[in-house]
Every structure is written in C-alpha cells, then in structure tokens.
Ligand binder design. Structure first.
Ligand code: 6GU
Length: 288
C-alpha cells in the first residue's frame, strides 16, 4: 500500500513484527521510567512494544533550553511554545525506522479531551504507532496541534473530570490500558474478557485460600463446585455492585444482552426497561 505525504492514515510500515511503536515527547523523560516495569517492561523485552521517550528540550535552540512563554491575551500561567514542539514532531516523522510514509496517531493528554474508556483503549491498541505529546502548565500552543492534524490523526484525550499537572501520568495510564490488550502481553486471555468494563459491568468480588480468615468465610457457593450457580452468583454480584456504584452503566446496558435472571434481579432492585428501551429506576412514588 502506498500513502501520499498528506494521507491522514497511519501506514503499517512502522509496525516492527506486529509490535506497537510508542513515542512520548515530554519535558520530564524520567516521569516515564515506570514503562520499564512489570507487564510493559516485559512486553518491551518481548518486542511487542517499542517505546521511545524524547526530551522536548532537545529541540530547543537557546542557551536556557526554553520551552514556554506567557500566553497571548494575558492570563495565568505559561504556554508551551510551537518552536520546540514543531521540531520534535518533525524529528519523529523523519525517523527512518518508521518508514517514509508512516504517521503516528498523535495523542495529546488534556482535561479538555475525549474521555478515555476501555473501548477507546481497544481502538488505540489497533494502531501500529502512537505518539504522545505531554503538555504542562496551561497547555501547548494550538497551532502545533492544528498543523499536526493536517498530516496525522490527532486525539485530545482526558482521563476524567479533574486536572493533573501534566500529561505524563495520563500517558502511563493510557499505555498500560492499551498494552495489556495486545496479543501476547497477558498470558491468560480470559482475564481480559471477564474483567470490569469489558461487558459494561463492574467486577464481582474474588477470594482465594484460606476458606476462613479472621472469622470471615468465603461465600459457600464458590466452594460448591456448581459452575452454573457460581456463574449466576458472580453475575448477580456484578449487577448489584454496578447498580450501587455506577447506575449510569446499568442505564447504558443493552437489555437484549440480559437473561431472565438478570431482569429479575434488576427488577428486585426497582430497575425495569422503560419506553426508551433502557433500564431505569422505577418512578419514585409521588406523595401529596
Ligand atoms: Cl489526560 N491530562 C491532564 N493534564 N489533566 C487531566 C487529564 C489529562 N485527564 C484528566 N485530567
């Protein structure tokens, strides 16, 4: 496949033996050191992940290695300027290892971005090349992202409705969520299909030996050997926990994916399928 210089696709030429390439540009490269540990460290050693961390200041030209300046229009804080960012992104695209037509999907962590979810992690896991631009202070000069968007996909991504000091911790979160979905990164693939959020529900509680601990028993059903009863108990626990902690997820659930026992359990908690085809709590009784 040939891609033109302006094609907004991510070419596959950079995927070295099916691994995902990840570049991170930051003013705190050491912040990404945890990417050497545990699951991600092993994935890197196994060639499933190819991680490169770059210091934005390597692309400055002044003696003080300045990356920020005051915002036009006034206001608090500093803005990361376009000069160093432009040079850093040019250098990424010029990397011969990536192939001449390859473009990363550029991820910009910011509280103003699209909410990061399990589905979003799955989407990013299908990309051959992800590049992360870590902002700090009040953010990155908008022209950097506008220019990048002319030649590559640019996603502004948020972890949730709170403000972090910079994008580095968000990169750790996103890379971990994406990496563990890649084939070969997790030994037990079943743990991916049964976990929280995959089915739109939170996880049921888990137990291990001993069967009694400080006067607390493991629920008897789990020791029964009755696999049907165990599956039902776990499903009920997931539904009840989700209802308690994240009723919004129950409302988002497809009733078509629920069996009669699910419907009975939810009905026992006052949740039924309404005219909109969605689960909702029963109308509170109107008192006069
Ligand atoms: Cl992705 N970045 C920053 N700086 N703050 C955040 C965030 C991301 N998500 C929530 N708050």
């Amino acid at each position: 496949m040939r891609t033109t210089a302006l094609a907004k696709t991510t070419a596959t030429t950079c995927r070295a033996s099916d691994g995902v390439r990840i570049d991170v540009v930051t003013i705190f490269p050491e912040y990404l050191d945890p990417l050497r540990l545990s699951l991600i460290g092993k994935a890197r050693e196994g060639g499933l992940l190819d991680v490169h961390v770059h210091d934005l200041r390597e692309h400055t030209t002044d003696r003080h290695r300045t990356v920020d300046d005051t915002p036009y229009g006034g206001g608090a804080g500093m803005v990361l300027g376009p000069a160093a960012w432009g040079a850093a992104l040019d250098a990424l695209l010029a990397d011969p290892a990536a192939g001449p037509a390859a473009r990363p999907r550029l991820i910009v962590p910011t509280p103003g971005g699209r909410p990061f979810t399990q589905a979003y992690a799955t989407e990013l896991g299908a990309e051959p090349w992800l590049a992360f631009a870590c902002g700090r202070y009040e953010g990155i000069d908008r022209r950097v992202l506008d220019e990048a968007a002319e030649i590559m996909a640019v996603d502004e991504v948020s972890l949730g409705d709170y403000v972090l000091g910079g994008g580095e911790v968000a990169v750790l979160v996103i890379v971990e969520a994406v990496a563990r979905l890649l084939p070969g990164v997790i030994g037990n693939v079943e743990s991916l299909t049964e976990e929280s959020h995959t089915a739109g529900l939170l996880e049921y509680p888990v137990y291990t030996k001993p069967a009694q601990w400080r006067g607390r028993d493991v629920p008897a059903v789990l020791l029964s050997g009755n696999h049907g009863a165990i599956a039902r108990w776990r499903r009920d626990e997931s539904l009840l926990r989700t209802l308690r902690v994240r009723p919004d997820l129950i409302h988002a659930l497809d009733p078509g994916g629920c069996d009669r026992a699910d419907l009975a359990l939810l009905a026992s908690q006052g949740w039924t399928v309404g005219a909109d085809g969605r689960f909702s709590p029963a109308e509170p009784a109107v008192s006069d």
